[in-house]
Write a protein that binds this ligand. Structure first.
Ligand SMILES: Nc1ncnc2c1ncn2[C@@H]1O[C@H](COP(=O)(O)OP(=O)(O)OP(=O)(O)O)[C@@H](O)[C@H]1O
Ligand SMILES: [Mg+2]
Length: 130
């Protein structure tokens, strides 16, 4: 068996609500192989978005470990996580978070431009993706 592309072990997330700590995710073990397609289902408020935000390096877990291939991401600093997201992750938000000042094409091209591609090359690739 090959290493998982993305994997978590005992991943937990709690939010502070006034004096109360609300635990949304507790000890989640999960792994995703390259090319695998997975749907996470559950009732509203059960923690799906919270889970995806942790897996996508958009939010920090309260406990547990997260791995990309064999690298442990759990303690990566913000700039390393940002670079990883730029190069490896596509995230379609529940609330879309598009940049309203830019066209659809420019929104798709943006990550490539941030990664250093020329605007022309980024737009050419964005057109293909769209
Ligand atoms: N930033 C936050 N601060 C406090 N509580 C939060 C925060 N984000 C989410 N929660 C709580 O965590 C729980 C899980 O929320 P989450 O958005 O992950 O659920 P969901 O499964 O994606 O729901 P939906 O199907 O409605 O999108 C909810 O009780 C929510 O109120
Ligand atoms: Mg959600």
């Amino acid at each position: 068996m090959t290493d998982a592309l993305l994997r978590c072990s005992k991943l937990s997330k709690s939010y502070q609500d006034g004096n109360n700590e609300v635990t949304v995710l507790k000890d989640i073990d999960f792994s995703l192989q390259a090319g695998e397609m997975v749907a996470v289902v559950g009732t509203s408020g059960s923690g799906k978005s919270t889970f995806l935000h942790l897996l996508g390096g958009l939010d920090k877990a309260s406990g547990g470990q997260l791995f990309y291939k064999t690298d442990e991401m759990t303690h990566w600093k913000a700039d390393k996580l940002a670079q990883w997201r730029n190069q490896n992750l596509g995230f379609v938000y529940q609330f879309h978070h598009l940049l309203p000042e830019f066209s659809a094409l420019e929104n798709v091209a943006m990550p490539q431009m941030i990664a250093g591609k020329s605007p022309a090359e980024a737009k050419r690739q964005a057109k293909q993706l769209l």
